[in-house]
Design a protein around this ligand. Sequence first.
Ligand code: FRU
Length: 498
Amino acid sequence: MDIYSIEKDVFMISEKLLEARNWEVEEEKKTNPLKRPVFHLSSRVGWMNDPNGFSIYNGEIHLFYQHFPYKSVWGPMHWAHAVSKDFVTWEYLPEALAPDTDADNGGCFSGSAVTLKDGKHMLMYTGVVPSNVKGKMIQTQCLAFGDGINYTKYENNPILTQKDLPQGLSAYDFRDPKMNVESDGSLTAVIGGCKDDMDGRILYYGSQDGIHWNLISVLAENNHRFGTMWECPDFFELDGKKVLLCSPMNMVKDDEYSDGHGTLCLIGELDENNKLVEESNQAIDYGVDFYATQTLLAPDGRRIMVAWMQSWHTLYEDREDLSWYGLMTLPRELSIRNGRLYQQPVREIEGYRTNKVSYEDVEITYECELRGVEGRSLDLNIDLDLSECDSFLMKFAKKDDAFISLLYDSETNDLTFDRSNANGRVTSIDCRSCKVRKQDDYLSLRILMDKYSFECFINDGEQTLTFTYDTNLDYKGISFSANGMAKANIVAYTLEKN
Ligand code: FRU
């Protein structure tokens, strides 16, 4: 089939997809809009995981996500769909994909989207089907073509299978294609893979027409350094460097990385064999609720990243009662400075600031609250001079004995968040520390809170710390205290939609 010959506006909607579409419309009516975050995309109904198909199409920002509409737990994967004009306010569109063909009847796993030369929006996703081996599913890559609302799956799916894998790579772990349109109009895609011993590989494919793909190279090899399988890769150029982002499973803790499902950024150059020559590596985020990043290139040249604001090992233990579960991060602008990945919240969020409150040179010793600095949907800018204190403690979402906290220890440079006193839903990890990369007595934090989430940009985005918490929305207090004396400049805004 010629991809350019699909008839305009003719789409086959399967029973399964229709069922999901009807379900999400009806169930959404039962959810309380006031309990939704203000400026983060949340699952419309049911379960959400990875961002998929993050792309600009016909002038709008499209964001799909891994979705199980029927419960707040993972299940056969669908793709839900939302659209935005500014990365901040999202409108839901009808469910885009359901696991309804022979190539994907076990699930439509993660993938990406590009615009083809003929104007079609093309999705590439991982189709999952049962195998002969118990507990294992065969994973292949599939296509769907659409107009930004409806998508028709390619009749000859799958288009990349085990036959297209280098020798020794597993057919059970071949997933999460992230496409890129190259400057000559051709397409490339990075796809996660691994050897039979689960050692991660990133496979690099190329295509002229979107349908026929060839292996270009094994772009990167884990060689047992960072966890096992590398999920959700993304590969792009940024500030003159090549950047590979991915989410390794089963990481082992060291000074830079934490245990479990984590994130990895490799920065380097591409050699003549199309292999990444690594110059540095770092975690993308140092919190616990951050996984499966995906980026797009905005028309104004910004490389913008979004991630699932959760991770597999930090799910709320008790969540059956929730009608929706799952959040995306606020999209972040990326840059490379001094060989490191920096992140800033998308600048569009500044348009949602109201009620500015500012304090200059406040001397903080005993626990204090600052008039006007409270709430659950805030943009807080805190610049600290810590030369006269050993540690600095901030409490948020506070009421009586309940709070979440961020503690900075000047001796060790550890910034530790703790949700063990939150008095909310329970997860297996309450606490995590991040070594702040700095030598002096100053610390600058930009904190975005949105009802259930906390995204902290440290020292102009050199590091970030992301986590979620689910507590009563009346818990709004914020306090500051120092062991010694800290000098603070604080600017706080409420984030609100008109
Ligand atoms: C990452 C991931 C992907 C997979 C998807 C399934 O969170 O495991 O590798 O495509 O989730 O929902």
